[in-house]
Each structure stands twice: as C-alpha cells, then as structure tokens.
Design a protein around this ligand. Structure first.
Ligand code: IPD
Length: 254
C-alpha cells in the first residue's frame, strides 16, 4: 500500500478514537468560532493529533486544516484535514460525523480517507488505484457508486437545510418524486461512495469538507461538481451517480 495512504488510514482511525472519548459524553464544552460555527476539544485535539502524526512520518509535507490553518511544507505533498466533519452532529450525539484526510501532490488529488469513528466504517481511495470500503465488520470491499439514471428512482441527501434550495429543488421536494433524507454530514459522502444513496447536495462548505471526495468519488465511479455560489466565498457541491449528474446540476445548481 502507498505509505501515505497507509498512514492516512491509521491516523484517521487514531484521531477517530480520540473523538470517541468525547462523543455523547456529558459536559462537552462547545465554543463558537469567528465564523459562528461550533468547535470542541474533540475537534482541536483530533487535528493536533493528526498534525503530529503527519509531522513525525512525513516532516516535509504541508498541511491545511479546519482548526489550525495552513503550514507550508518543503515536499510535493499537502495534507488537508477536517478533524471532525459534522461538528454540529457530534455535539448532538449523532454518530454521522467523520474524520476527513486528503493528500494532494503536484498532479492533484492523490489520496482520500473518510472515517466514521462512531459507526466503524471507512471509505478510502488513491488516484488510479480504486476506492475501497472498510465495513464495520472489518471486511474491505470495492466502493462503488450506484448507476441510477432516473430522478424518480433516486435518493437525495442534504446536510445544510432547505434554505439553500433552488425553486426546482423545492418543487421536487414538494412533489415528493425523490426520496429526500437529511442530516447527511460525512456519512452522506460514505453512502454515496458505497452505493447506498444516489445524490448529495451540500452548501456552506470549505475545501477541507470535501477534499477526500475529489479522489474517492471518481475512483468509485461517481461524479462531483464543486462551485462557489454567487455572492459567497464558500463552496457548494453536488455529488451523484454519473447518470444523474447533468440533471442534478441543471435542477439544483444555484
Ligand atoms: C460541516 C459539514 C456539513 C456542511 C456544513 C459544514 P464541519 O462541516 O461539512 O456537511 O453542511 O456546512 O460546516 O464544520 O462540521 O467540519
């Protein structure tokens, strides 16, 4: 296995274990960041641990993380870290949060890992090497996005609510011709990559919220579009089966 992929998997699991020490426990302190998003000791502890482990094993590599920003490196590799994707879920004791780690080299996205500590599932990929799903029972199988092509047969997941919905999206929700589920967070990405949902729309995200998907989704046979909505400085993303992607974009990209 590629040494950085092997390390990313081990580090994501170790950090995930650290988050579990805080998860669903009484007395968790929540602070608000400048951007009004919440942060806990589990977020900062997880990112500090991830950075320490990367530094120990790949001292020349750069790092960018949600909680501690950018650290320039001297090698061709940059790691992107989201120590807890789904902090709001985490705070509510909902087990759908994940530890996200990605590595980029000069040719672009190289490695992606999405680890769900509370569910014990992981999906990972390396460029041109395929995508894999490590299930809760420890079995590792190929991760494959579904092949759904019809909107009426699809399941759609949202994380950040209906305030983002375009008029066509609202119509689809009201008509009820799409099975819509919410509270996606990192789990939604895992569902998409492992053929358990057809499409996911997320808004108000940053690169670290989606960096691993830039490898996982194409390697698992899906399609992904990321854009900056007009008047905003954050990102939105649509991830779906290949067969649904153009329709998803025409209906749901604002
Ligand atoms: C959040 C998740 C969520 C998205 C939110 C993000 P965080 O990330 O990615 O899916 O809808 O907008 O803030 O802050 O918990 O890492």
């Amino acid at each position: 296995m590629n040494p950085r992929l092997e390390a990313a998997l081990a580090i994501a699991k170790e950090a995930g274990q650290l988050t579990l020490e805080y998860f669903n426990k009484p007395g968790l302190q929540v602070e608000m960041k400048q951007d009004s998003s919440p942060v806990t000791l589990a977020d900062t502890g997880s990112e500090a641990l991830i950075r320490t482990r990367i530094g120990e094993q790949f001292p020349g590599d750069g790092m960018v993380g949600e909680e501690f920003g950018e650290q320039l490196g001297t090698s061709d590799y940059v790691w992107t870290i989201d120590p807890i994707d789904g902090t709001k879920s985490f705070i509510h004791g909902v087990p759908l949060y994940g530890v996200l780690i990605a590595v980029e080299d000069v040719a672009g996205p190289l490695i992606g890992v999405v680890h769900l500590p509370a569910l014990g599932e992981t999906v990972y990929a390396i460029r041109d090497g395929g995508a894999f799903w490590e299930r809760a029972d420890g079995d590792v199988v190929p991760a494959k996005v579904r092949t759904t092509t019809e909107l009426t047969r699809m399941s759609l997941i949202l994380t950040s609510g209906f305030e983002w919905a375009t008029p066509t999206m609202r119509e689809a929700f009201i008509r009820g011709d799409t099975m819509v589920r919410t509270w996606g967070d990192a789990y939604a990405w895992l569902l998409l990559a492992t053929g358990r949902a057809d499409a996911m729309i997320d808004h108000g995200i940053m690169e670290y919220d989606i960096a691993p998907l830039r490898v996982i989704i194409p390697e698992a046979g899906g399609a992904m579009t990321v854009w900056t909505p007009e008047g905003r400085d954050d990102l939105a993303a649509v991830v779906s089966t290949k067969g649904l992607h153009d329709t998803m974009l025409s209906r749901f990209k604002a």
